[in-house]
Write a protein that binds this ligand. Structure first.
Ligand SMILES: [Zn+2]
Length: 710
C-alpha cells in the first residue's frame, strides 16, 4: 500500500501524538475499532475539532447478511454526533457501491437535498443511526480512513482572503483546495474530482469550512491530521502581530477579575430578559483571555460584523454577535441608567436580523426564528451567551472562541472573510437543519428556568432540588453547611450533569452571603426564576425557657432569611421582567397553636403572612408567592440525625423505627409525610399548572383538621 505521508518526517510542536497501542487494542483490532479510538482522541482536543464538529470514517469489508458475500461498507459518524465521545452505536453503515450508484440519480446542485433521503436506502445491516450530511465526502474519496475536522488553525487559512495561495505555500502543494460550498452530495463529487486530478494529495482544505485528509491505516490518518494542523498552527504563530498588531491592537484594558465578575453578575438579568423576549433563555458568561483580547481590540466592531465562517460555528452563534453599548466602568447598582441604551441596541439587532431574513429568504424557507442575539460581547469584561439550555449556551461560547481564534489567524496572514450573507442564510435555514430542530424532544416543565433553594443540604430542600432538576431546571443549591452541600452537589452533578447545577454555601442570616449566592446564580445561568426558602430549624421549649438567643436565631433564619432571600431575588426578577415564583416552606404550626412553641410557631406564622403580603405587592409584575405547609417530615432531616428522633421516640415510649407510623396515626389519611411529598407540592406551584394561583398555601401534612384553612 502506498504511504500517504512519511511519518519519520513528522515533527509536532503544538499538538501531541497521544496514540497508545495498548489503549487502541482495548477498542478491538479491526479498522472500525481503530476508527473509534482515533475519533475519541482527536475529539478530546478542542484545537483539533469543536464539540460535535467534523466527522470520521473508514471503509471495511463486511459479510452481506442478504447474500453472505463480502461487500465494502462505509462506517461514518452519524448525524449530530460528537467524535470525542462516539461509540460504535454512533456510526452509520452504508453499502459503498450503492453510494457510488447514486451518482446516476444526481440531477445537479439545485436538487442536491433530494439525495439526502436516498442515503437511507444505502443502509447496511438495518443500522438505525442516521448518516451524517457529509457522508458523500467520505464515500467518494477513495482512501480507507478519512478525517474531516474543524481545527481553528486550518479554518483560519480557509477563511483568509487568499487562503488557496496560503494553503499551497504551507504544504508545498501536497494539500489541495476546494472553494466554499455547503456540505453535501455535490461537495463529495468535487473532492472526488480533485483527487482524480491529483491522486497524491494528502488532504484538502475546504474553503471557509475546514479540513479533510486521510490515511491507509487509522494510525497514518491520525498522524496526517495532527501534522497538517500542527504545521498550520506553527505557520500562524510565527506571523501573529507581524503583518499588523493582533486585532489592530488593544484599545482598552480588562477590568480586574473580581470586578469583571461583579459587573457580569449585575448586568446579566437585564440581558437575559432582553434575550428572552420571544423564548426564555439560559445564560453563560466567560472572561477567557482569548475573549478579552478580542473584545478589547481596535478591530472588534469590524470583525464582529463580518460574522463567523465555519458553518458549524455560525449555526451555534447566529450570523453575528451584539457588542454591548455600555461602558464597563458604569455603576450598575441602578440598571435604569443603562437599560434604554441596551434596549435600543437589541431593537436594532432584531431589526437587522429581520431584514437579513427578508433579504435572503425564498418561498421554501422555514419561518423566521428568534431574532435575538446569542453572543453578547462586552469590552473589558467578557462574553455572554444565551440559549435554550445551559449546555447549548456553553457550547455557543466555545464556538465563538473558535471563531475568535479563526479571525486571529486569518488576520495574521491575510484578511478574514466571513461567509456571504446568502450562504450563511442558506445554512441557517437549510431544510435539513429545520428538520433536525423539529426532531428535538419536547422540553420539560421547568426547562429554561433557574431555581435557587435555601437549606438544600438535606431533607425537604434536597428533595425539591432533585425534583426541579428532573423537570429540567438549572438549580443553585445552597446550605450553611459546606460538607452537606458539597455532597448534594456531587450527587446531582453526577446524575444531572455539571452544566445544570451549582452550589453555594449560604448563611441566610447574613445579607452578604445571600448576595453571593445570587451573583453565582446570575453569572452561571443569567438570573433566576424560582426562589424557594426551605432553610429552617426547630426549637421547641416552654415560654419561660425560651431564651432571647433561641428567639433571635429562629427569626433570623426563617423570617428575616425569607425576607432577604426574597428581596434580593425580586430585584433580579424585576430586572429580567419575566415574572417569577417564590415558594416558602412554612409549617402546619403557622396555623395550629400548640404548647411549647411560641418562638417557632410565631416565626412560621410570620413566614406565612409575609408570603401573602409579598403576593399582594408583586402580583402586578407576575411574581407569584405561595407557601407549602409540611408537618412531621422527619426522614432525611437534620433534626432527625441530630438525636432528636431518639429523644422523641423515648418520650413516646416507642422505638425510632416506629416514629414515622406514630406520626402518621395522628393524620386523617394515616400517612407518613416524606420530603418528596413536599417537593411535589412545590412543583405543583411552579410547574405551569397553577399559573393563576398566588398568595396560596398548600398543606402537605397527611390531613390535620386543626390546620384546615378557613
Ligand atoms: Zn464540517
Amino acid at each position: 500500500m502506498k504511504k500517504i505521508i512519511d511519518q519519520d518526517t513528522v515533527n509536532l510542536t503544538h499538538l501531541a501524538n497521544v496514540w497508545d497501542e495498548t489503549k487502541a487494542k482495548s477498542y478491538g483490532d479491526d479498522d472500525v475499532a481503530l476508527l473509534l479510538y482515533r475519533s475519541n482522541i482527536l475529539g478530546s482536543d478542542l484545537r483539533i475539532t469543536n464539540y460535535a464538529g467534523g466527522n470520521t470514517s473508514c471503509k471495511q469489508k463486511e459479510i452481506d447478511p442478504l447474500t453472505g458475500e463480502e461487500v465494502d461498507v462505509l462506517w461514518v459518524k452519524g448525524s449530530g454526533g460528537d467524535i470525542g465521545t462516539m461509540t460504535k452505536k454512533g456510526l452509520a453503515t452504508l453499502y459503498l457501491d450503492k453510494l457510488h450508484a447514486l451518482k446516476k440519480l444526481y440531477k445537479g446542485i439545485r436538487f442536491e437535498d433530494e439525495m439526502v433521503p436516498l442515503l437511507a436506502h444505502c443502509n447496511y445491516n438495518l443500522n438505525t443511526t442516521a448518516p451524517s450530511i457529509d457522508t458523500p465526502l467520505h464515500a467518494f474519496i477513495p482512501h480507507k480512513h478519512i478525517d474531516h475536522l474543524h481545527p481553528d488553525a486550518i479554518i483560519a487559512i480557509a477563511a483568509s482572503g487568499n487562503g488557496k495561495e496560503i494553503t499551497g505555500e504551507i504544504f508545498n502543494g501536497t494539500v489541495g483546495w476546494v472553494d466554499w460550498q455547503r456540505p453535501g452530495f455535490d461537495l463529495g463529487l468535487k473532492l472526488e474530482e480533485a483527487l482524480q486530478k491529483n491522486p497524491d494529495l494528502r488532504g484538502i482544505v475546504l474553503g471557509g469550512h475546514g479540513l479533510i485528509n486521510w490515511g491507509t491505516t487509522a494510525y497514518e490518518c491520525y498522524v496526517n491530521s495532527l501534522d497538517l494542523i500542527d504545521t498550520a498552527t506553527r505557520y500562524l504563530e510565527e506571523r501573529y502581530g507581524s503583518r499588523k498588531p493582533i486585532f489592530g491592537g488593544e484599545v482598552s484594558k480588562s477590568l480586574e477579575k473580581e470586578k469583571r465578575y461583579e459587573q457580569a453578575a449585575a448586568i446579566m438579568p437585564l440581558l437575559r430578559g432582553l434575550c428572552s423576549d420571544k423564548n426564555r433563555m439560559i445564560g453563560h458568561f466567560t472572561d477567557d483571555e482569548r475573549v478579552l483580547e478580542f473584545v478589547n481590540s481596535k478591530d472588534l466592531a469590524i470583525l464582529a460584523a463580518r460574522g463567523t465562517s465555519c458553518p458549524d460555528h455560525f449555526l451555534r452563534t447566529k450570523i453575528r454577535p451584539l457588542v454591548l453599548p455600555v461602558s464597563a466602568g458604569d455603576d450598575l447598582k441602578d440598571l435604569t441608567a443603562v437599560k434604554d441604551r441596551i434596549e435600543k441596541e437589541f431593537e436594532s439587532y432584531r431589526e437587522y436580523y429581520t431584514s437579513y431574513y427578508n433579504r435572503c429568504k425564498d418561498d421554501q424557507s422555514p419561518p423566521m426564528r428568534d431574532p435575538n442575539p446569542v453572543i453578547l460581547l462586552w469590552p473589558q469584561v467578557g462574553m455572554f451567551t444565551f440559549a435554550k439550555d445551559k449546555q447549548t449556551a456553553r457550547v455557543a461560547s466555545e464556538f465563538y472562541i473558535n471563531a475568535i481564534n479563526v479571525m486571529k489567524g486569518a488576520e495574521a496572514v491575510s484578511e478574514y472573510v466571513g461567509l456571504s450573507e446568502q450562504e450563511a442564510f442558506n445554512i441557517e435555514y437549510w431544510a435539513l437543519e429545520e428538520a433536525k430542530l423539529r426532531r428535538m424532544p419536547k422540553e420539560k416543565a421547568l426547562s429554561r428556568k433557574v431555581a435557587i433553594i435555601s437549606g438544600a443540604g438535606g431533607g425537604i430542600g434536597r428533595s425539591i432540588a432533585k425534583k426541579f432538576l428532573e423537570e429540567g431546571a438549572c438549580v443553585v443549591v445552597t446550605d450553611n453547611q459546606a460538607d452537606r452541600i458539597g455532597e448534594v452537589y456531587e450527587e446531582f452533578a453526577g446524575t444531572f450533569k455539571k452544566d445544570v447545577v451549582t452550589s453555594c454555601i449560604v448563611d441566610v442570616t447574613k445579607e452578604e452571603s445571600i448576595l453571593d449566592a445570587y451573583r453565582k446564580a446570575t453569572v452561571e445561568f443569567g438570573g433566576v426564576d424560582i426562589i424557594v426558602h426551605s432553610a429552617g430549624l426547630a426549637i421547641s421549649k416552654p415560654i419561660v425557657e425560651t431564651t432571647k438567643e433561641d428567639w433571635d436565631f429562629l427569626y433570623a433564619v426563617m423570617v428575616r432569611g425569607q425576607f432577604l432571600l426574597a428581596r434580593e431575588g425580586v430585584k433580579i426578577l424585576q430586572a429580567q421582567g419575566m415574572g417569577g415564583d417564590i415558594v416558602n416552606i412554612v409549617s402546619k404550626n403557622a396555623l395550629v397553636s400548640g404548647p411549647k412553641n411560641v418562638a417557632y410557631g410565631s416565626a412560621k406564622a410570620a413566614q406565612l403572612h409575609m408570603s401573602r403580603l409579598m403576593a399582594a405587592e408583586l402580583g402586578p409584575q407576575k411574581i407569584r408567592v405561595n407557601s407549602v405547609n409540611p408537618d412531621a417530615v422527619i426522614r432525611g432531616s437534620k433534626i432527625w440525625d441530630d438525636g432528636w428522633a431518639a429523644a422523641r421516640a423515648k418520650a413516646y415510649g416507642i422505638t425510632v423505627d416506629e416514629l414515622p407510623a406514630f406520626y402518621a396515626k395522628r393524620t386523617v389519611l394515616n400517612e407518613e409525610v416524606l420530603p418528596d411529598d413536599i417537593a411535589e407540592a412545590v412543583f405543583a406551584f411552579v410547574g405551569g399548572q397553577l399559573k393563576k394561583s398566588t398568595g396560596n398555601l398548600l398543606n402537605v401534612d397527611g390531613g390535620i383538621t386543626e390546620s384546615f384553612p378557613r
